[in-house]
Design a binder for this molecule. Structure first.
Ligand code: SAH
Length: 409
């Protein structure tokens, strides 16, 4: 069902709820025809709930946890909350009748729910997965059986750069050899000339991890690039990259705005992943020190800095808490700390070192309002004041909610 664009015009970039919202409410009868796979798939918590209502609930959730610390601005929702995921994963299997199927694991099981298209996934990626499924028989490629270890194709992962248009297909196989791989790539690219690289990943373990360690590039350069907030980032099969690029630009934009950089600051970007926030902030600061635990992500971050010719960012592969303790023991000078920890939030080693380093400003990007509240409690008890926060809907139809919060010494 088509949903008219203006029906979703609300709270975009800080604007207050509009008159249209009221109109929308009056018209909002059965606007959301629930996804046919919703019950079996279980990936979305909010199927059957109007998008407007999802945003309202997320706003209330953030208000509940963070409202006691600071003003909560209106959530930044999506104008078009569909097909936002730039990374699509499908598991392959044989249905009872013998047909090849691809889709997702039913929530909490290893039963495959056959899915042709998903309303939150990128449509081109979904089409590529369907067409791969269609090619398997003629190429005599069998799907992998998790119980017996027999067969070849386990999963397909497609990642698409929404700005660049580059597309990466990762074929996850149970063993390293894909018969007539060149012809397979040729046939696939005939259907989808937009594919810029194809990688074979071997995963022969009994595991629920999708990707194995070994990779062979069979077409193209083995990674894609995409731009975000004016910077170009390299995305390899295993790199972490935000799955909703449209909203990520809002999120990072807000984080940078909140940091109030003037060009003179010494900045820390903690839990930096592939370096995104620090690299985007670099031209507005004097110097950026970025820290990240995952070695591969740090490697990507260094590549990204070079790719964008950014010279005032240094990357450290370390535990953010330990790193900050060291920095504070050395009496380092820091003006602004960006922190973007995983769902579990930060730790006391990190937070107490922030307090000791005493930056003028802390910008906290959180994917979990509950742990954000816990960490805000610590910081506000130790000399910081939370000024305001803005929720950003990075994951429409799911209950997850991102928040960016700014604190001042
Ligand atoms: N800021 C990045 C990544 C955020 S995800 C972005 O927006 O893309 C959180 C990151 O924290 C992950 O990359 C994860 O590897 C990293 N991480 C988790 N625990 C950590 C720790 N103890 N110290 C440093 N980094 C950690």
């Amino acid at each position: 069902m088509e949903i008219r664009r203006e029906e979703y015009l609300f709270a975009v970039e800080g604007s207050e709820m509009t008159e249209k919202k009221t109109n929308y409410k009056k018209r909002a009868v059965n606007v959301e025809d629930a996804c046919p796979y919703a019950k079996k798939c279980g990936g979305c918590d909010y199927q059957g709930t109007a998008y407007e209502k999802q945003l309202k609930e997320k706003q209330e959730l953030v208000q509940k946890y963070v409202g006691g610390f600071c003003k909560v601005r209106p959530i930044i929702g999506m104008e078009n909350p569909y097909h936002y995921r730039n990374k699509v994963h499908a598991v392959f299997d044989i249905a009872k009748g013998g047909a090849i199927i691809s889709g997702v694991y039913k929530a909490g099981t290893h039963d495959v729910v056959s899915i042709d298209e998903c309303r939150i996934e990128d449509e081109i990626s979904d089409a590529i997965i369907r067409d791969i499924r269609g090619l398997l028989r003629s190429f005599k490629i069998k799907t992998y059986d998790e119980d017996t270890g027999y067969g070849l194709l386990r999963h397909v992962l497609v990642r698409r750069g929404f700005h660049s248009g580059e597309v990466m297909v990762v074929l996850v196989l149970g063993s390293p050899i894909l018969p007539s791989k060149n012809n397979f790539v040729k046939a696939l690219r005939k259907l989808h000339p937009e594919i810029t690289t194809v990688v074979i990943n071997v995963n022969n373990k009994k595991t629920s991890m999708v990707l194995g360690d070994k990779e062979t590039v069979i077409y193209g350069k083995g990674y894609i690039e995409d731009t975000l907030c004016g910077r170009t980032f390299r995305i390899s099969p295993k790199s972490f990259y935000q799955v909703n690029p449209v909203q990520t630009e809002h999120l990072y934009g807000k984080a940078i705005e909140y940091a109030k950089l003037t060009g003179k600051e010494k900045v820390v970007d903690a839990y930096c992943g592939i370096g995104t926030i620090g690299l985007i902030a670099a031209d507005k600061a004097m110097e950026v020190i970025s820290v990240e635990l995952n070695k591969d992500a740090v490697r990507d971050a260094i590549t990204n800095a070079k790719r964008n010719q950014i010279k005032n960012v240094q990357f450290y592969n370390a535990d953010a808490g330990k790193f900050m303790v060291e920095m504070s023991e050395q009496g380092a000078d820091v003006d602004v700390v960006f922190m973007d920890p995983p769902r579990a939030g930060s730790d006391e080693a990190f937070l107490s070192s922030v307090v000791k380093l005493a930056p003028k400003r802390v910008v906290y990007v959180s994917c979990n309002p509950e742990t954000l509240a816990r960490d805000l409690k610590y910081l506000t008890k130790h000399g910081y004041r939370a000024e305001e926060c803005t929720p950003v809907d990075m994951f429409p139809w799911t209950k997850h909610c991102e928040v960016v919060c700014t604190l001042r010494k």
